[in-house]
Design a protein around this ligand. Sequence first.
Ligand code: BTN
Length: 273
Amino acid sequence: MSPEVSILQDALSIELIRRQLSAKTVARQIYLFGEVPSTNDALRHLAKAGAREGTTVLAESQTAGRGRLGKSWFSPFGVNLYASVLFRPAIGPKDAPVFSFIAGLAVADAVRSVGVPAAIKWPNDILVNRKKVAGVLAELATSGDRLDYLILGVGVNLNVESRALHEALGDAGRAAASLRELAGRDIDRNAFAASFLTFLDEWFHVYRDRHAEALLEAWRDRDILTGRRVEVREDGKVFQGRALGVDAEGHLLVEERKGQARQVVAGQVRLLD
Ligand code: BTN
């Protein structure tokens, strides 16, 4: 088979995703683009124009893919998953961190369903053998103290070559991997997209029906940090301590000195041991 044919067969397809999808809210409407600056940005435009909850944007590549804390997200064409999903939950902005855990849980479950053991590093990094295979960028819009909408953007390294990852990310590439590398076989991107969106829908309904506590419990089951020594970078400051887990608001608690817990709201955390 020529490489062109195999690329075509592996192209993302709304029809192939729909055939394998089971969801009530997520992916009610799917937009698929060849190239966008960022699926989160494309979805933000749709959200402002009144798009319904569950609207999903997928792209084969991003020219300005964004990660947490102002980082960029390497987004080469035709090999990975770049997805953003719109939610309009009736919650306040302070509840958004826990809500965003639905994305981490859904990616972790989709990764596990291809036979690879996945853990979550706060807030929503997905690690396999301590290497990052996926990340979540949650962005919200507010009107006063109300949440107008929330976008959960997910990037998963599916079939990207490890050489490309390392060339693009430099040193940080050593802490990243693709599922293909870890599973030892090509990952079917349409099947993976359908699986992720199905799990996302399930976790969204768990949150809606049983509220944050059920979600937190599931998230804590997959948490890799609790009890481990970590280094935290937040607001230009760096400190070390022992991770104690997440609080009811979804913030990370780190014990810097015996008996003194610090709350981490939006920092970068690195495992030390
Ligand atoms: C992180 O771990 O820093 C978060 C990475 C999130 C990347 C995804 S790819 C789809 C969506 N669009 C973006 O620009 N970013 C997110």
